[in-house]
Design a protein. Structure first.
Length: 606
């Protein structure tokens, strides 16, 4: 059919010459698959528009895959990021009428994988390349002898991680390699996302969706957008991308004058937000970098503060960009690599070839330390392009809303240290602890954590292991159990350096004990005696009773340091099961795994 004939048809349909020219220009570069998808999309818009004109929202019939094919989104998340990305991807597919199931790996029957036709995996990595708790069992199954051949499976993997760590996105790499080894075919190559993952995750979602449309079924190619009835963006729905502007009520130091730690009790007002949270959730905090740090950095670079730079298509002065948009207090390999190209320093360049040495180098340096150590001629735009975007910090919530209502409380350790002849502070911790004045604004959102919840039955015993700031969620737990008048027994293990300086919320815990809310508190103050004693040592000392609590149905919770404490606690639990449960080492490991599977062993570690 000639172009003139097409134009006449367009005019007959009510399009004027200008509209037809725009359509012709927009579609000229599309292939047949893209044109097919676009035709379905436009048809969906037309149906939605007709429904709106009739005073109602009409959803188009869902495209149906063949009976033997389906798309399953599996996620494994430790802090909630992978879950959020997976939920956003599911919403994208819903909007295109592509049928899909969204499943937490913790709730997925591993053997079901052999019946799947299309699977996409969104998974984080924590610790030293370990799978998140949600994904641990499925991860182990795919790497074990019982994993089935998966020749009929198509898959894609999205990994979330932090390139500052040695085992960057290791869990995603494991899933990708294991599925390939089992005979599955990639829909799209694996994508490994750094901490500023939004744009990479979005691009992956778009690309994998295009491939799914091609391979899932012919019906999906005609998918049209759904207008969901009653869907609105409520003022109370605040997220990482759309946070609530809260205000600081109080920042109070709760360690003693001579403590080696500066730990703050932070209270933030959520008044008029409508935000709801539960014990076990975390608060995401967007912070601003220290103005003094930014000024020193610009002076070192010899860049004027009012120089304009572009970030994600928007213009900022470089000073504003460095204060509000870019990561300065953590160093990371991508910056070192980009900056080395401008510094042209042999020592820095050599470091890039030795990953272990580079990690050690970056661990004790902030961005300004690298700039001072290796001066470079670099433009403002080149510098901001080398940096990664600022990411919010997550803090375990230390309060129950039944107790504090429209407030949220945090327990924050101020990161502060001397290095290279200069004092350094953490970004978010110093913002909340020392730089944000009372009444000052802070942008926040709640990160829900359904993997760290009190038992539904208030009569269930609870064991809480939370040294240092790991005590935060357990303060919330006890406020909640007190408000609920729960009858279940409660046992706290807490540790810190010194009893007189570092017993966080001491008077509150004493009141909980006095009023019968808490049945037992076991303390481990490491520096109050010659030999250091930590919570895992106290657990072993109390092993017989602890095991009895577990046998009586207790739920056990661990919060705090992931790299050392959480592993030591795990080892102690295994030893307790061996010694007091009469189990072999293998049986003890299985016992702990069974507790985890039953959601009776939950961790909030970082």
């Amino acid at each position: 059919m000639s172009s003139s004939t097409n134009q006449n048809l367009g005019l007959t349909a009510g399009l004027n010459e200008s509209q037809w020219a725009q359509i012709n220009q927009a579609t000229s570069a599309l292939n047949s698959q893209q044109l097919t998808w676009l035709s379905g999309y436009l048809a969906g818009l037309a149906q939605s528009a007709q429904g709106s004109q009739a005073g109602q929202i009409t959803a188009t019939p869902q495209a149906t895959a063949s009976a033997s094919q389906s798309l399953t989104i599996l996620y494994g998340s430790q802090t909630g990021n992978a879950k959020s990305v997976a939920e956003e991807y599911k919403a994208k597919l819903d909007g295109l009428n592509i049928p899909a199931k969204l499943v937490n790996m913790a709730d997925y029957k591993a053997k079901q994988i052999k019946a799947e036709s299309h699977v996409v995996i969104v998974v984080s990595t924590h610790g030293e390349g370990e799978a998140p708790d949600d994904a641990a069992e499925f991860h182990s199954f795919l790497g074990g002898k019982k994993a089935p051949k998966l020749a009929d499976l198509k898959f894609s993997v999205l990994g979330l991680g932090d390139s500052s760590y040695e085992f960057f996105c290791q869990t995603a790499k494991d899933f990708d390699e294991r599925l390939e080894k089992l005979g599955a075919t990639r829909i799209l190559d694996r994508v490994d996302c750094d901490v500023d993952y939004d744009s990479d995750a979005s691009a992956w979602a778009d690309n994998v969706t295009a491939k799914v449309v091609e391979t899932l079924s012919t019906g999906v190619g005609q998918a049209t957008p759904v207008a969901a009835a009653g869907t609105t963006t409520g003022s109370t729905h605040y997220t990482k991308k759309a946070p609530f502007t809260a205000s600081l009520i109080e920042s109070q130091k709760i360690t003693g004058r001579d403590s080696v730690k500066d730990i703050r009790h932070i209270e933030i007002s959520l008044e008029d937000s409508g935000i709801q949270y539960r014990p076990g959730d975390a608060l995401g905090v967007w912070f601003k970098n220290d103005v003094q740090l930014v000024d020193e950095l610009l002076a070192s670079l010899k860049i004027s503060a009012d120089t304009t730079v572009e970030l994600s298509g928007k213009s900022y002065t470089i000073k504003d960009a460095l204060i509000e948009k870019l990561e300065l207090t953590q160093s990371y390999p991508t910056f070192a690599k980009a900056y080395a190209e401008f510094a042209k320093n042999a020592e820095l360049t050599a470091l890039l070839e030795d990953k272990a040495a580079l990690r050690e180098f970056l661990a004790v340096r902030q961005i300004i330390d690298i700039v001072r150590q290796y001066p470079a001629e670099i433009t403002a735009q080149q510098f901001v392009d080398a940096l990664r975007g600022l990411t919010p910090r997550l803090y375990s919530i230390a309060s129950s809303q039944d107790e504090v209502e429209d407030e949220v409380h945090l327990t924050v350790a101020l990161v502060e240290f001397e290095a290279h002849g200069e004092s350094h502070q953490g970004g978010a911790s110093s913002f909340l602890s020392t730089r944000l004045n009372e009444g000052g604004e802070v942008k926040v959102f709640v990160e829900h954590n359904d993997n760290f919840r009190l038992p539904e039955d208030g009569n269930t015993p609870v064991i809480m292991i939370g040294p240092g700031t790991g005590i935060a969620p357990f303060r919330a737990f006890m406020q909640q159990r007190e408000a609920d008048e729960s009858e279940g027994k409660n046992w706290l293990f807490f540790g810190n350096p010194n009893y007189t300086q570092d017993f966080l919320y001491q008077t509150e815990w004493q009141r909980f004990v006095k009023e019968g809310v808490v049945d037992k508190v076991t303390l481990a103050f490491s520096r109050d005696q010659e030999q250091k004693i930590y919570v895992q040592h106290r657990m072993l000392e109390q092993g017989a009773e602890l095991y009895k609590w577990l046998e009586d149905g207790a739920h056990l919770y661990v919060c705090g340091d992931a790299n050392h404490m959480a592993k030591d606690v795990q080892d102690a639990l295994v030893q307790i099961a061996i010694e007091h449960g009469g189990k072999t080492a293998e049986q003890a490991e299985q016992y702990i795994n069974d507790l985890r599977r039953a959601k009776r062993y939950q961790k909030d570690v970082y």
